[in-house]
Design a protein around this ligand. Sequence first.
Ligand SMILES: Nc1ncnc2c1ncn2[C@@H]1O[C@H](COP(=O)(O)OP(=O)(O)OP(=O)(O)O)[C@@H](O)[C@H]1O
Ligand SMILES: [Mg+2]
Length: 267
Amino acid sequence: MIEALGVRKTYPGRPVLRGVDLMVQEGETLAIIGGSGCGKSTFLKCVIGLVRPDSGSIKVDGTDITRLTRESEIAMYRRRFGYLFQEAALFDSLSVWENVTFGLRYLTNIPAHRYRAIARDKLALVGLKDVEDLRPSELSGGMKKRVALARAIAAEPSYILYDEPTTGLDPIMSDVINDLILDLQKALGTTAIVVTHDMKSAYKVASRIAMIHEGRVLAAAHPEIIKITNDPYIRQFVDGLSQGPIKMKLKEFEPETAEPAGKGGGR
Ligand SMILES: Nc1ncnc2c1ncn2[C@@H]1O[C@H](COP(=O)(O)OP(=O)(O)OP(=O)(O)O)[C@@H](O)[C@H]1O
Ligand SMILES: [Mg+2]
């Protein structure tokens, strides 16, 4: 279980997270949506300990990453996670199969002679065949994304953080990836956070969808609720409209600067 409370992060001169409260139950897939630059990737990086919040806590199975200081403790904490970087972040000097299995020596006791076969299996899951010996520079953008996805799931982690898993993929491949996320959740009981702009994907894979706006969570609700909400900000976002109001907020958690009551219909 992941439990984030009051997570704040300001980059120099730029407040990003202003008190994010989010709970992800074991076996749940939480989708995070929100405008570009609202801090979704920053939040995932806080969860995995790549970015340290200014304040707040993020507990995973009771361990608060914000309180860990020793490299060895942080490394141990990270072993539970698979992480799909938004930009794929493959090593250019390594082949595809070496990229996919890069973490296995740190995360598992699997003997090295099995890595190539594991890479082939994981690549097949993301719809890639006969690419093991290619270099990242020889792949299309969507292929890189899928190789990075194969790497994120290679060690079969208990938690997977997906940063825009379907961005840059064609609609059919996007759905293959959605099915993969669902299959991992069903077969392995994976707990996941999926950051996405792809509402079709969010509706399909998520047990709840949380929207971040102005550094806080506006709403965290079942996809069917999000689909029918009348909240103008959420409507504007999910319907992809350039025009919209947007001071009204739906809240699951009440931040310090609460809006007047009675505005948050539709939940
Ligand atoms: N390392 C950094 N140093 C300074 N500012 C940063 C850094 N990383 C992110 N930011 C800023 O923080 C804000 C949030 O960035 P973040 O990448 O978390 O957004 P996002 O919600 O993931 O956006 P997108 O949907 O475009 O991926 C942006 O204004 C960005 O410029
Ligand atoms: Mg991002």
